[in-house]
Write a protein that binds this ligand. Structure first.
Ligand code: AGP
Length: 366
């Protein structure tokens, strides 16, 4: 098939704009209203088997790994099963212990990333159960897994992943809900998450309406040689993916740190030349995040806050506000403005947006 940018300047911005509908497709037919759970027949796993897992290990590369970090948090929070994400490219080289009571989940947009495929094969060789969260139907990773979920996000052409990242996070929310409801997630919490998921497409539309403002901010900050991205717990994978996106498409150096780690080293970098993007949801860690922003401002570091409520203007020069959902689902929405930010920084710097230098859409070699 051939695809075009449908009137957009690049595939990247087209795919960012597709997200309300690509998320709807990921959710379609998967929310079970009656039992406030997710209906996921493709996992090939009955409730008894789902209850037996003691741990979850998520594997992927690059943005797929960062979406796995969001997924691990969702699974721990909603299902209370210890869950961890690791780069598949590291996992496969360290002779990992494969356990029968661990559920392995491989994440890949293309389904062809060699390191992820090799990790899946190694787990299977040693008797582990692997599910795939994959966008491309019939791809190598999808075929190798014991079951899983297709994202149905549609073809992603731009090298930088956006809609597949968001749909992967949605897929993990569904898996977490499903596992939670056979462990100890209450029906009321199940209903709360179902309603939150259904609200996401419209909330993404609301964020996309701020495109012009975000484009202006991106142009303003793209003049700097580097940027810091900080977040805590739920905000940290969002910061990591935001930094990854900016690096990939604008070539501006970007580093992500847990806000709590700033004082353990990177604070030495902070000054007027290094702006920080601070991911600050309205949650129990908001005050701690505001303290970190104060430490940055005290050293004249510019701060762009992405969150739910504008702070004291002394703490952030600029601010992008997103609609609030349930705390567990908020990271999915907080990531959307960072995609637009990276895109417009790349446009301002006249980069090769859809095909950044040195990168391939899927890395099918070692
Ligand atoms: C995403 O923006 C990157 N281009 C890259 O990190 C990508 O996510 C990674 O190579 C994994 O690809 P996959 O999802 O197709 O396996």
């Amino acid at each position: 098939a051939s695809y075009d940018t449908a009137g957009h300047a690049h595939f990247l911005v087209k795919e960012i704009h597709e997200q309300p509908t690509s998320v709807e497709r990921t959710l379609s037919g998967r929310i079970d209203q009656r039992f406030s759970t997710a209906h996921l027949g493709g996992l090939n796993m009955d409730a008894r088997e789902a209850r037996a897992f003691r741990r979850v290990k998520i594997l992927g590369c690059g943005s797929a790994y960062y979406s796995g970090e969001l997924g691990a948090q969702l699974i721990e929070e909603l299902a209370r099963i210890p869950a961890h994400a690791e780069p598949a490219s590291e996992f496969r080289y360290r002779n990992p212990v494969i356990e029968a009571d661990t559920l392995y989940i491989a994440v890949s947009q293309s389904g062809e990333t060699y390191d992820t495929l090799a990790a899946v094969q190694e787990i299977k060789r040693k008797g582990g159960k692997v599910l795939g969260v994959v966008n491309t139907v019939g791809s190598a990773i999808a075929r190798e897994c014991d079951g899983g979920m297709y994202l149905h996000a549609g073809p992603e052409i731009s090298v930088a992943s956006t809609k597949a990242f968001t749909s992967t996070a949605i897929a993990f929310a569904l898996i977490a809900l499903h596992l939670g409801r056979v462990h100890d997630l209450s029906p009321a919490d199940g209903r709360r998450i179902c309603a939150g998921l259904k609200a996401i497409p419209d909330q993404i539309r609301q964020i996309l309406e701020q495109e012009k403002v975000i484009a202006d901010l991106a142009a303003k900050y793209s003049g700097h040689e580097g940027m810091m991205f900080i977040g805590r717990v739920r905000g940290y994978p969002v910061a990591r993916e935001g930094a990854q996106k900016l690096k990939e498409v604008s070539y501006v150096h970007a580093e992500a740190y847990p806000a709590s780690e700033l004082k353990h080293g990177p604070l030495a970098l902070i000054g007027p030349d290094l702006p920080t993007v601070a991911i600050v949801p309205d949650d129990e860690l908001r005050d701690k995040n505001l303290t970190a922003m104060g430490e940055i401002r005290a050293r004249s570091g510019p701060v762009l806050m992405v969150g739910h409520t504008a702070p004291d203007p002394k703490l952030a020069e600029d601010c992008i506000l997103v609609p609030k959902n349930e705390p567990e689902l908020d990271p999915i929405l907080l990531g959307i403005p960072l995609q637009l930010f990276a895109y417009y920084a790349a446009v301002a710097l006249e980069r090769d947006v859809d095909k950044p230098r040195n990168l391939a859409k899927s890395v099918t070699v070692e």
